[in-house]
Structure formats: structure tokens, C-alpha cells
Design a protein around this ligand. Structure first.
Ligand SMILES: [Zn+2]
Length: 210
């Protein structure tokens, strides 16, 4: 496969992921342009990422940006997502991560505004994401400060985070995994929210055995 056609497959994967997330309400709105998706291109210091301020249902593969780790745009019709620094910070600090999904999904957003971490609650969540979905402290969207705070939090090795007063961040070694982790995070947040509403004690998973 030559480089051009292989880049096309990365762009198609990002495009499809963005469309699926949008259609399923993970960006908080279906007509808005919030959230962003990226995929690292092999072992290179480049990534395919959604453009800024464009509706997901209006994008084509040519609109998916190719950007290097210095934030230099190599191709794509529009500028990349304003969260490009956050995506690059994740890839630089977590070589296990190959795909990133940043959403404004509803139930994770609830915990982003009450500033409360979410326990994994179920083994499927714990195995894929980690024992807890932690909160990354607030910093303005697109800021270097936010990228630095995400990089700091990534050291816990988890594959899902909530960004205070903002949204969610799911990581995966493939796009399919990042999408699944996005869903699992929303499930954990939804069930935790509903369980809290019952007022009953909530059972957690036993701590991991050494
Ligand atoms: Zn956002």
C-alpha cells in the first residue's frame, strides 16, 4: 500500500468514528461541532484528526487533517481541532495509545460538573478503562494548560477520563477500542448516576489483587 492510500484509510477511520459518535449523540449535540477524534499514523509522529468548527455530517475524507507532533498541518481542507495540543500530549506520553476520542457526552458531563470521579463498577469497565474514571482539572478548551493537565493525569495508565466542566476523553490502541471505551465510560457514568439517585449504598468492585 503506498503512503497516499494508507493515509486515506486513516482519514476514513477518523471520519467514520466522528460520524458514528455524532449520530449517537456523544458530542452532546447532533448539529454542533464540539468534540474531536484522532488516530496516530503508524509509528510516525503524525496523526489524522478532525478539523475545527465543522459539522460531522458535512465532512469528507479530504477534510480530515494530517498534523505532525509540532502541530504543523501537512494536509486537510480546514485547520485541525483546537484540542490538537491535547491529542499530541496523549500520543507523546502514552505510546500504548493509537486513537483518541474526545466527546461532550451527557452522563460523563454530569460528573464533570459535580467534579466527582466515577468508579468502574463493572468488570468490563475496569478491564478496559481502569479502576476509576478520574477528573482532569478544568482549563480552557484548546489551551496548553489543558494539554499539560491531561498529560499529568495520563500517568495512572487509564483509558478514560472526565474533563472538569467540559466532557470526556477515551483512549484506545485502535479506533474501535477508543469508541468502545467511550461507550463504556458513558455506561459507567449513567449507571452510577442512576444508582446515586436511588439513595441506596452502591457496591463497588473489590480492589485488584496484587
Ligand atoms: Zn471539548
Amino acid at each position: 500500500m503506498n503512503r497516499k492510500s494508507s493515509l486515506l484509510s486513516y482519514r476514513e477511520t477518523v471520519l467514520r468514528a466522528g460520524a458514528w459518535l455524532s449520530q449517537n449523540g456523544f458530542f452532546g449535540t447532533r448539529l454542533g461541532t464540539g468534540g474531536n477524534v484522532s488516530l496516530r499514523i503508524g509509528d510516525t509522529e503524525t496523526l489524522a484528526v478532525t478539523p475545527t468548527s465543522k459539522r460531522y455530517d458535512e465532512l469528507s475524507t479530504d477534510d480530515i487533517c494530517i498534523v505532525d507532533f509540532n502541530e504543523t498541518q501537512l494536509s486537510g481542507t480546514y485547520p485541525p481541532s483546537i484540542e490538537i495540543a491535547m491529542h499530541i500530549a496523549v500520543y507523546r506520553n502514552r505510546p500504548d495509545v493509537r486513537a483518541i476520542v474526545h466527546t461532550h457526552q451527557n452522563y460523563a458531563s454530569v460528573f464533570s460538573v459535580i467534579n466527582r470521579p466515577v468508579p468502574a463498577l463493572f468488570e468490563e469497565v475496569s478491564l478496559k478503562i481502569g479502576p476509576r474514571i478520574d477528573i482532569v482539572d478544568f482549563a480552557p478548551a484548546g489551551s496548553v494548560e489543558l494539554a499539560n493537565q491531561v498529560a499529568e493525569k495520563l500517568r495512572n495508565g487509564a483509558r478514560g477520563y472526565i474533563i472538569q466542566n467540559h466532557g470526556a476523553l477515551a483512549l484506545g490502541c485502535t479506533m474501535e477500542e477508543a469508541l468502545l471505551n467511550t461507550e463504556l465510560m458513558e455506561k459507567a457514568c449513567r449507571i452510577y448516576y442512576l444508582a446515586l439517585l436511588t439513595g441506596n449504598p452502591i457496591t463497588d468492585l473489590p480492589p485488584e489483587q496484587p
